[in-house]
Structures are given as C-alpha cells and as structure tokens.
Design a binder for this molecule. Structure first.
Ligand code: NAD
Length: 355
C-alpha cells in the first residue's frame, strides 16, 4: 500500500468537513465533502469523473454532498449527507492502489462519512475500498451489504409516479395513461416494466437500442427518438437518464401534465421549478421520488443490519412524502422543489435544535 497519501483539510462554510487526498505515486486526486451529520453519519457515493479542474470537482462534491443531506433528511433515513469524488478518466486511472488510497482517505474521517457506489464506481471497486476502511455501504448481499439499489429506486419511483397520477388526475391507476420514459437503464427499464404491466402505454427513448428492443419485445414498450421524448404529448414524463434536462430550452417544449422520474438534479437551476409550476406541470422533486436506493442502503445502518422488509416498508412512504410536499406547495403557493428544500432544511434545523 502506498504511504505517500497526503490528506489536507479545506475549510468550506456550511460544510462540516471537506478533505483533499492526493497521492503522486498512485495518481489519486480526490475530495470528500461531509455536508451535515446532525441526523446521523454522512452517506453518499464515490464518483469518478474527468473534471476539467480541481475547482469543478470541489464544486461538484459540495453540491452532491448537500443534495445527499436533503435527500436523507426528507426520506428520514437517520443519516446525514456526504459525497466523494475522484478526479480522472475511469478508463485510464482505475487501479487497486487508487481505490485503497480513497479507502484510507475515507477512513481518516473516522466514520463521519460512509461511502457507496456511484458513477464509475462499481461494487467490485468498493470491495477494494473495504480493504482500507470499514466505512463502505452498498456491498453485495454475499458480503453482508444491501446489494444493488437500482430496483429499490425503481420501486420508489413507480410508487411516486402513481402518487403523481393520483394528484394530477384524481386517479392513480396507470392503466391507459401515456407515459414517456427518457432512459431505460437500471432504473428506467425496471420502471417501464412495472408501468407496462400495470397497463400504461409506455414510450421510451434510449441511446442503447438493444435495451429498447428488449423492452419492446417483452413488454410492448413503444420506441421514440431521443430528441423527441421530451416534446411528446403524454400524461407523465419520467426522466431516468440525465440531470439538468429541465431548463429554459426544454420546459417550453414539454407537452406533459407531470414530470416524475429518477434522474438526479433534473432542474438545471432552482428557478426551473417555478417555470414548471407556472406552466401548470406537476413536479415530483427528484431527490424525494428517487430516494428508494438510499433508503435501502440506509437500512444497513440499523441495529441487526440490513433487512429487506424494513427497506420496502420505508420506500412505501415515498408517495406520502410527495403528497405532503405538493400540499405545502399548494398552500404556500411555491413550487414543489422549493417545498422539498425548505422541508429538508427544517428537518435538519430541528435535528440541530434537539442535538
Ligand atoms: P443507467 O446508466 O443504468 O441508465 C441510464 C440510461 O440512460 C442508459 O440506458 C443510457 O443509455 C440512457 N441515456 C443516456 N443518455 C441518454 C439520452 N440523452 N437520451 C436517452 N437515454 C439516454 O443509470 P440508472 O442507474 O438507471 O440511473 C438513471 C438515473 O437515475 C441517473 O441519473 C441516476 O443518477 C439516477 N439515480 C439512480 C439511482 C439508482 O439506484 N440507480 C438512484 C437515484 C438516482
């Protein structure tokens, strides 16, 4: 194991800890941000991304860590928010030594932050991280973890989609509803399957033709071009591919009554929540509807360890959380996205007050 890892502290207002880990020997250049641990130790994934600069990586790790605090607060996971990022091209820099270095960086925080899977970090990578720290979650069931979170995320999104249909149309039955899904990967694919089985007319776009063909063959999912999906007339649009797709350019083109999908950071900017509201489009805040995965992982932290029944029961609260937000939004005449942020801030502040 390399002993040239240099760990330094970066003071950032509003964050409990931000640390940088650099190791010239392994090429590791990483950050861990711990946003808030009032409600419990910080949990968040380990992302590897080819950031253009160190500033970009720092910006992203802070934004993502704060997002995790909010997501966990509203989902009542009993955890705080944190995130880790490694700078570099996953195709070029991945090595065991590098992940061992990140493990030591995580370990240096003494349990304030627990890491998990994220973009370009697989469960196999986490198994290496675990050799350097015990603060790793989301490992396989065989390793005592909660396993792949995607199907749990999809289950929560499905329940959230039904809640949104109920709110918008006074009928939560997907049967006969036209639903457009952007991205049918791990989450969107499982969502397409559930909705098709419930009788919805599902349209899907994906850059991966094989995935689309498989869904068409098995569930009769209809295919639509990737550049058409956001404009198509539908009852509900479920974006399950990329963030930032709700913006000045796309929102005026939307032809849907509801947006409810799995992708993180769907609104390019917070004010796009208002743009949706102004157009009478019901929005299910992304980090509330897609919390099934984090809820599932969080059950690992319960006494006695992971228990799927407990996880499912907690995921089944997502519709109620959404209805509460839509109620607040209506009463206070604010977008649901703002209602979600205020609720998260209030839950964390109440935690501070009672801590
Ligand atoms: P995934 O990589 O399995 O699936 C994403 C799919 O989107 C892929 O099939 C990809 O080909 C497709 N895609 C990419 N760009 C596209 C485009 N321009 N148009 C249409 N399709 C496109 O990822 P996933 O695990 O299914 O996650 C989907 C989204 O949900 C991501 O934004 C992720 O951050 C978010 N999310 C996932 C989880 C989880 O548990 N997996 C939890 C919370 C949030």
């Amino acid at each position: 194991m390399s002993d040239t890892l240099q760990i330094s502290e970066i003071p950032v207002e509003g964050y409990e800890r931000v640390v940088r880990g650099v190791d010239p020997e392994t090429g590791l250049h990483a950050f861990v941000a711990v946003h808030d641990t009032t409600l419990g130790p910080a949990l968040g994934g380990l992302r590897m991304w080819n950031y253009a600069s160190e500033e970009d990586a720092l910006f992203d790790v802070r934004r993502l860590a704060k997002g995790m605090s909010y997501k966990s607060a509203v989902a009542h996971t009993g955890l705080g928010g944190g995130k880790a990022v490694i700078i570099g091209d996953a195709k070029l820099i991945k090595s065991d030594e590098l992940y061992l270095g990140v493990g030591r960086l995580v370990d240096s925080l003494g349990g304030l932050y627990t890491t998990a899977e994220d973009v370009n970090t697989t469960i196999a990578d986490l198994e290496i991280v675990r050799r350097a720290t015990k603060y790793v979650s989301g490992l396989s069931r065989e390793s005592g973890g909660s396993g792949n979170p995607s199907s749990y995320t999809a289950y929560g999104v499905y329940l959230g989609v039904r809640a949104a249909l109920g709110w918008a149309f006074d009928n939560d039955d997907p049967k006969g509803r036209t639903i457009a899904i952007q991205g049918v990967g791990a989450v969107g694919g499982a969502l397409a399957e559930r909705l098709s089985e419930a009788g919805a007319i599902v349209y899907a776009a994906d850059r991966n033709q094989a995935r689309l063909d498989d869904l068409t063959e098995k569930f009769g999912v209809k295919q639509i071009a990737a550049d058409e999906i956001l404009k198509m007339e539908c009852d509900l649009l479920a974006p399950c591919a990329l963030g930032g797709i709700l913006n000045d350019e796309t929102i005026p083109q939307l032809c849907t009554k509801v947006v409810a999908g799995a992708a993180n950071n769907l609104l390019l900017k917070p004010e796009h929540g208002k743009s949706l509201n102004d157009r009478g489009i019901l929005y299910a805040p992304d980090y509330v509807i897609n919390a099934g995965g984090i809820v599932n992982v969080s059950v690992e932290f319960h006494e006695g360890g992971y228990n799927e029944v407990v996880a499912l029961r907690k995921i089944e609260r997502i519709p109620q959380a959404l209805k509460e937000l839509w109620t607040i939004a209506k009463e206070e005449n604010i977008p649901p996205s703002d209602a979600a942020d205020s609720l998260a801030q209030r839950i964390i502040a109440e935690g501070h007050a009672t801590a």
